[in-house]
Design a protein around this ligand. Structure first.
Ligand code: AP5
Length: 213
């Protein structure tokens, strides 16, 4: 299984990718999680990426393509769910080249459709675990113990780019640089459109059905 999760910030890519990964055994690869880990560890890439991420801007293509390639090749991953990558046409082209070399082309692109207005509330009320990457929503998907991750017990945090100004920038970046990618994948006949405005479990069921899981 080789899937790309597609959709604007807050569409539910991470939430659904984790469930598909658990059900299918494919590896969940989130560029956002990898970059946040690099920021937390203050690596060279992390320090550079943080200048962009904190404002809601996209990290340069060559940095992100490099970390994805390293992950796929070093860990010899053959089944994956990409979450947050690719995000620009050059990233998608680089991914196609890298996967052609590995003979592992993308099979499906799950496009989570949702109105930008719903997103601001979702992201302002999101809390995340930086230790294991789990994501919660204060009302729609709260943790069992306030402020603590269900999966690993670490403290939950409010991401610095989940503030109204940065959310606006992220949505603008999505419209300008990421949304055009949909045509790129439509031309390859790989896009599955999913309404992402309903309940988390209903969206999950629709994705599973569409993927035959
Ligand atoms: P990244 O971490 O990828 O952020 P994003 O794409 O903006 O996506 P989010 O994580 O915000 O949202 P999501 O769609 O995963 O939604 P979630 O499931 O969490 O990237 C962060 C930054 O890193 C970027 O801005 C950029 O700077 C950099 N970056 C990363 N990849 C890059 C790349 N390829 N190129 C360049 N730069 C890159 O859900 C959101 C909330 O809603 C949660 O609270 C969840 O519980 C809740 N929720 C989910 N579904 C529902 C539902 N159906 N109903 C109600 N609530 C719901």
């Amino acid at each position: 299984m080789r899937i790309v999760m597609f959709g604007c910030p807050g569409a539910g890519k991470g939430t659904q990718a984790k469930v598909i990964a658990a059900k299918s055994g494919a590896k969940h690869i989130s560029t956002g999680d990898m970059l946040r880990e690099a920021v937390a560890n203050k690596t060279e890439i992390g320090l550079k990426a943080n200048e962009y991420m904190s404002k809601g801007a996209l990290v340069p293509d060559e940095v992100v393509v490099g970390i994805v390639k390293e992950k796929l090749v070093n860990d010899k991953i053959t089944d994956f769910i990409l979450d947050g990558f690719p995000r620009t046409i050059p990233q998608a082209e680089a991914l196609d080249v890298m996967l052609a070399e590995l003979n592992l082309p993308v099979e499906k692109v799950v496009n989570l459709n949702i109105d930008h207005q719903v997103i601001v509330n979702r992201l302002c009320e999101r809390r995340v675990c930086l230790a294991c990457g789990e994501s919660y929503h204060l009302k729609n998907n709260p943790p069992k113990v306030e402020g603590k991750c269900n999966a690993c017990g670490a403290d939950l945090v409010h991401r610095s780019d989940d503030q109204p100004e940065a959310i606006k920038t992220r949505l603008d970046q999505y419209d300008q640089k990421t949304a055009p990618l949909l045509d790129f994948y439509k031309k390859q006949g790989k896009v599955i459109d999913i309404d992402a405005s309903g309940a988390i479990d209903d969206i999950r069921d629709n994705i599973m059905k569409a993927l035959g899981l």
